[in-house]
Design a protein around this ligand. Sequence first.
Ligand code: KIV
Ligand code: NA
Length: 264
Amino acid sequence: DTKITPDHIRSMKQRGEPIAALTTYDYPTTRLLDEAGIPLLLVGDSLGMVVLGLPDTTGVTLEDMEHHVRAAARARPRALLVADLPAHTYDTPEQALASARRLLDAGAEAVKAEGGRDILPQVRAIVQAGIPYLGHLGMLPQSVHIEGGYHIKGRTESERQRLLADAEALAGAGAFAIVLELVTPAVAAEITRHIPIPTIGIGSGPDCDGQILVTHDLMGLLPWVRLRHARPMAELGRLMTETARQWQQQLQHRAPRSSTPGGS
Ligand code: KIV
Ligand code: NA
């Protein structure tokens, strides 16, 4: 099958083909999700929470991302493999470009960062270097400490106008699509109608051009996490615990009654 490119993802909007996107952090998951035909796989900095056991994404380093991008890229997926630029690796245009190049060297085919007009010089530096860029607007997890929590965006008229202007600016700067996280469904729908590139929503209602989920949330791999959006479609976490329990039970049933040497 032919490799998925950023142009392919962009053209899915014109064809009205819903874009399904999932996160991946390792080699086997990338193979398994690619086998399902998912066209966009993101090595997200959600890595910090769902794989590394960190409280949020702000502690994820560029080295962490490179390590996991390398693992995912070894699966050579047909899917477009996108990687997140972690917090404070794109504070200036020069730093953004250097960081993006490191993720590409690790095997990513596109990069994503959080922000709109506030990071436009960084986005332009990346795009002008020929690196495909995925935008991310709405609730921005890397700003959780500044924002004092994870808040839904687009509830006020000023937030609505800001989101629309940021989305237009990212499209104008050459982003091939934009992730909308925790944007009110009405504003997400308005942005989707307004811009020529696809919107990929998470917790932003049904009217985006695509949807992205953290794979661990979709698969129920973190049964101790209570989700606001995205009900798990499977219970792989429970299945894993149950399989380990059953295996241990089998082992116990097969064990000799006494372990004393020569005893009976
Ligand atoms: O890091 C991540 O998983 C993401 C998606 C939720 C969009 O940025
Ligand atoms: Na992210």
